[in-house]
Design a protein around this ligand. Structure first.
Ligand code: ADP
Length: 295
């Protein structure tokens, strides 16, 4: 048995070395010159074809990666440019005399400050995305009450909801609470993002419902609103970085276009899944799963 294995190993080694030598002398032409019935020639050709395909795949993966990086850098600089130029514009107007004009000085300062707030939220979102996109990122797993977390997040979103008179309702299939095993702070970020989005893209006097239930040893969480909804053609790209359905509307209401990309990365880092369903002018539902813990 050992002899057979050794023989096959040596034969393979010899084959690889021979192909290398042949290629160095005159490339594939040398192989083609061999007798077409030669088993060796067929094997060598097959191996070279596999290797060539491997190189091709590697080159195309590198190119894809490079395109992705270029697109991301382009998007980042584009997003940063607007608030930076705004701050510059307001400061120059103040320096050029606006500072002494009581009608505009405070307005310009407020506008500059708003643009700086925007810059900060873009940088914070970029930090979040690079943290969860890192292949070494590991969720800080804890067992905690999902209900307590939902209540706490809803509480912090109430002020923003009241501005549009949107009702935030919690509904659960388990009265005694559901426990999950996850990174509590990261799931807080997920829920906050989804609930704030339901308010941002919700109608005045609208409603958001946060539902949770145990399903097949997992917990299903759903955040539904009766807001503006999303056209079907956008749904497939919604979780991409910087993807927005309506760019100017999103910027106007302080969106960075990174929220859903962060949410998706967090959920996938937990080996769970997230999906969206929506009907234009009817509403949107985001559903994600979490690991159920029996406590
Ligand atoms: P943004 O910072 O622009 O809100 P997100 O990544 O959070 O970025 O969302 C991406 C886009 O998805 C938004 O620009 C918006 O068009 C759309 N969107 C997200 N949530 C909702 C929602 N609940 N209802 C309607 N549209 C939404």
């Amino acid at each position: 048995m050992l002899n057979i294995f050794l023989f096959s190993f040596l034969k393979q080694k010899w084959l690889f070395q021979t192909i290398k030598d042949l290629e160095q002398i005159s490339g594939k032409a040398q192989l083609d010159a061999l007798d077409s019935n030669d088993e060796f020639k067929e094997k060598a050709k097959a191996i070279i074809a596999i290797r060539d395909q491997h190189y091709k795949d590697e080159v195309s993966a590198l190119k894809k990666h490079d395109d992705y990086r270029k697109e991301f850098l382009g998007n980042v600089s584009h997003e940063l440019k607007t608030p930076i130029f705004n701050v510059q514009g307001y400061l120059h107007s103040l320096i050029d005399g606006g500072i002494d004009d009581k009608n505009v000085n405070e307005y310009y300062l407020r506008k500059a400050s708003d643009s700086l707030d925007r810059l900060i939220s873009i940088v914070e979102d970029l930090e979040s995305i690079s943290e969860v996109e890192d292949p070494h990122y590991e969720p800080n797993y804890r067992i905690f009450s999902l209900h307590d977390l939902i209540f706490s997040v809803v509480d912090t979103c109430q002020l923003q909801a009241k501005e549009k008179n949107i009702e935030l309702n919690i509904s659960s299939s388990a009265d005694d609470g559901i426990f999950v095993r996850a990174d509590r702070e990261k799931i807080r970020q997920v829920l906050t993002n989804l609930i704030i989005n339901s308010i941002k893209y919700g109608h005045q006097n609208g409603q958001t419902i946060i539902k949770s239930k145990v399903l097949n040893e997992k917990v299903l969480v759903q955040v539904s609103d009766n807001g503006i909804g999303i056209d079907k053609e956008h749904l497939a790209r919604l979780f991409e970085r910087f993807y927005r359905v309506d760019r100017s509307r999103s910027r106007e209401i302080g969106g960075t276009g990174l929220g859903l990309a962060i949410v998706k990365h967090i959920i996938e880092a937990h080996s769970q899944s997230i999906s969206v369903s929506s009907d234009l002018n009817v509403g949107t539902t985001f559903s994600f799963t979490l690991e159920y813990s029996k406590n």
